[in-house]
Design a protein around this ligand. Structure first.
Ligand SMILES: [Zn+2]
Length: 775
């Protein structure tokens, strides 16, 4: 048979076409030196790069691109995987995808053809959390299977799909955790987490950055993958604790964020249950759905706000790549099921036994494969429902919101107390694909008139529901564990109102939307600057860094670096050595419990990392303040300050149970003493703090302790999110300055720089440090 005919015949059979240029597809083992899932073996990031580079060179079905450098300078990769004919015409498929998403781009009658020609675009992100190490290896298994295309299923996936596989959403963490793991093999610390954050600034919070976009890794995925493609389906690969089910797959638990289009909730449910069904049929035990994880915070679920279903999978962990043994009797409960009892959402309990990284990789690949097969099987259905989302976004109302209490638009005046915060708000919205306009004429909202040319965000636009989620004040439902029982904890936090977080005035317009200009051009991210502290000599600042790593410490460093303010990280050893006044003017104690600060890491850690501040450290901090130094205690660290400095302040909240007072990440209003120097820089139009079951204060000696901010005397201080028992906070102090010898301690009963977002309360930090403002 002539060569061309032979090739066509092979194509008809669906077999791979082997051309002269094609090199053999490298096996993962040939690059790694071990099979993915082998006990006690983790790849380095360089090995991940090597494998995907070789795969790209060998397979016409794989195209690997570098999207940028991580915080610590590693290349951030994505592998596009599809039929070679699809990969050769990616731009054509992107045009189809955009037309499917946006009805304004479609000609009349074009939709049917677009659905026939389009592909299901599926983004797979792995190992954003670096102690969830199965996610380092599962991408090897998926890429290998798809590149080889040896089965009918694989060929059907390739024909119907464009896979964008991000082998790690946190490449730095692959080495931070991998290097630590290899260094602790055969020691008591084998299988433990590293003593530093596995993302340089954010640690585990790197998966809480999907609307604020503070980190470069978030931006690569948003800018290069989400924004150009808005995938139909997102598969986010994670791991959970090891003592209940073997894997969680959606449906999520309640609550759902009310701005998410129900098509996406229903699509997520349908896909998740199909995956669970298929895995169960394949003999996998311990598959749980409708458990543990909710569908609330946009911080974790970019896709649900941008036209894609979100399939989070959470596979049971071992001890990193070291196996564990677990008996059936040792299995416990998770939220939504008991791992020892079969139930509708957990039909086949796992029976216990050995569990290792091989099992984790097997479950993760099996789940992702089930997703890809299901998506390929009903490509038409997925594309049809995807196209409906655009029509609904541009419709006049949100029929799924009972009472339809959604404003028609938001007006944002251009004159604001904090112009950087205003610029950041516009940048943040636009970065999430929200169109921002200007008003054509003056707009009056609740008695206040905003001039023509103010910023305007109409809700009726492509991503208007997302804009509404970020601009409205959240009303988190009052959920209970059982009727009359204690509050049911959210999976993460309950508020995400950007105007309150940033401290920007925004007015919601009811009734007809004001006349709008065309969308304005993209606004640049501000160059963050703190007058009196950025780019200058300023104060000598130390930021305490525990070996029991605190994410708030990382976020604190991020905020200082973003504003170019110099600081030194202070470890236990240096604090314990004393004489701190010779090197520092100000020390910051980021949010961390008093016990962790005092005790640090436990006995399994290497000797050099053991112990926290201990008595020596506490004495050194006391001497520092008495000698004239300033210490800022953020949130829970305030308890440590009260204790070791013997402050005339009581943490009122400490003794109150969560059935009486509960606010698991909410925005609360405060009243501020404007005459106090620490309040000098506050400009937020609605002074609000980030409260996370935080301490609140009662002052026992007013001659030494001054209250800078307190909760209102009567009524509910909740502004956004969830607060139970708000009246308990009435009159209690939120921010206190205490004189100690020649120095002072400042207690923050909230997180003044929560996840890099609370620009509203950052001025308290700068003024508590004591900036030197030029006249
Ligand atoms: Zn995770």
């Amino acid at each position: 048979m002539p060569r061309l005919l032979a090739a066509l015949a092979l194509l008809a059979l669906g077999a791979p076409v082997v051309t002269a240029q094609t090199r053999p597809i490298p096996s993962p083992e040939s690059v790694l030196g071990f099979v993915p899932g082998a006990d006690r073996q983790l790849p380095t990031w360089q090995q991940v790069i090597d494998y995907f580079t070789r795969l790209d060179a060998a397979s016409p079905r794989v195209s690997v691109r570098t999207l940028g450098k991580t915080v610590l300078g590693r290349p951030f990769l994505v592998a596009y995987i599809a039929d070679s004919s699809t990969l050769a015409n990616l731009e054509r498929y992107r045009t189809i995808q955009r037309k499917l998403a946006d009805p304004r781009l479609r000609a009349a009658g074009e939709l049917e053809q677009l659905i026939r020609d389009g592909k299901n675009v599926i983004l797979i992100t792995s190992s954003i959390h670096s102690t969830e190490v199965g996610g380092f290896l599962t991408p090897f298994v998926l890429a290998d299977r798809l590149a080889r295309a040896e089965t009918a299923e694989a060929r059907s996936i390739l024909a119907n799909t464009i896979v964008m596989l991000v082998p790690s959403q946190n490449p730095d963490g692959v080495d931070i955790v991998g290097d630590w793991y290899r260094s602790t093999l055969d020691t008591p610390a084998e299988g433990s987490g590293p003593p530093v954050l596995y993302h340089y600034y954010t640690g585990h919070d790197n998966n809480r950055d999907w609307y604020a976009f503070t980190q470069p890794e978030t931006r690569y995925t948003v800018d290069s993958l989400y924004t150009p493609w808005n995938p139909q389906i997102v598969n986010d690969i994670h791991q959970q604790g090891g003592n209940s089910g073997r894997i969680f797959i959606p449906p999520y638990m309640d609550p759902i964020e009310p701005n998410i289009d129900p098509i996406l909730t229903a699509g997520t449910n349908s896909m998740g249950l199909a995956m669970a069904w298929r895995m169960t049929a394949d003999g996998k035990l311990g598959v749980a759905t409708n458990a543990s994880y909710d569908q609330w915070s946009p911080a974790r679920q970019y896709s649900l706000n941008h036209r894609g279903i979100r399939i989070l999978t959470e596979t049971a962990s071992a001890r990193l790549a070291s196996p564990v043994e677990m008996t059936f009797a040792q299995l416990g409960t998770a939220r939504g099921y008991d791992a020892k009892v079969a139930s509708w959402n957990f039909p086949a309990p796992w029976l216990g036994g050995r569990w290792g990284i091989g099992d984790i990789v097997e479950y993760q690949s099996s789940a992702s494969w089930a997703l890809l097969v299901e998506a390929a099987r009903d490509r038409t259905g997925w594309l049809t429902s995807y196209a409906a989302l655009g029509d609904r976004a541009l419709a006049a109302d949100h029929p799924w919101r009972p009472g339809n209490d959604v404003p028609s638009a938001y007006v944002i005046p251009k004159a604001q107390g904090d112009m950087q915060a205003l610029q950041r708000l516009i940048w943040t919205l636009q970065h999430g694909q929200v169109e921002v306009h200007e008003t054509r004429e003056p707009v009056t909202v609740v008695g206040r008139t905003y001039p023509a040319g103010s910023y305007l965000v109409p809700v009726r636009q492509m991503f208007g529901s997302y804009a509404n989620a970020l601009l409205e004040w959240q009303q988190y439902p009052n959920l209970r564990e059982y009727p009359g029982g204690p509050p049911k904890a959210p999976y993460d936090v309950t508020a995400h109102t950007l105007p309150l977080l940033f401290g920007v005035e925004v007015a919601a317009v009811r009734g007809a939307a004001p006349a709008a200009s065309a969308p304005i051009a993209a606004v640049a991210e501000p160059k963050y600057t703190v007058a009196g502290l950025s780019d200058g000599a300023g104060k000598r600042i130390g930021i305490y860094k525990s070996w029991s790593a605190s994410m708030d410490e990382g976020w604190t460093r991020w905020m200082f670096d973003a504003n170019r303010i110099r600081y030194t990280s202070l470890h236990d050893k240096e604090v314990r050595a004393g004489n701190l006044g010779s090197r520092y003017d100000v020390i910051i104690m980021p949010d961390q419990s008093a016990g962790q600060i005092a005790r640090g890491l436990g006995r399994t850690a290497p000797d050099s990392l053991q112990g926290g501040l201990g008595q020596e450290g506490a004495a050194a901090l006391k001497a520092f303040v008495e000698g004239g130094g300033t210490i800022l205690f953020f949130n829970d660290a305030s308890d440590y300050g009260i204790e070791v400095l013997d402050l005339p302040v009581r943490n009122f909240t400490a003794g109150i149970g969560r059935t009486e007072l509960y606010a698991p990440g909410s925005l609360l209003g405060i009243e501020v003493d404007r005459s106090h120097p620490i309040a000098a820089g506050l400009t937020a139009p609605v002074p609000t703090v980030w409260f996370e079951n935080s301490p609140t204060f009662e002052v026992t000696d007013p001659s030494r302790a001054k209250i800078v901010a307190r909760y209102q005397a009567t009524g509910d201080p909740l502004r956004s999110g969830w607060l139970l028992g708000g009246d308990k906070l009435n009159g209690k102090a939120a921010l206190v300055e205490v004189t100690v010898g020649k120095g002072r301690a400042v207690l923050f009963g909230f997180r003044p720089q929560y996840r890099g977002q609370t620009m509203s309360t950052q001025p308290f930090i700068w003024d508590a440090i004591g900036r030197t403002l030029l006249p």
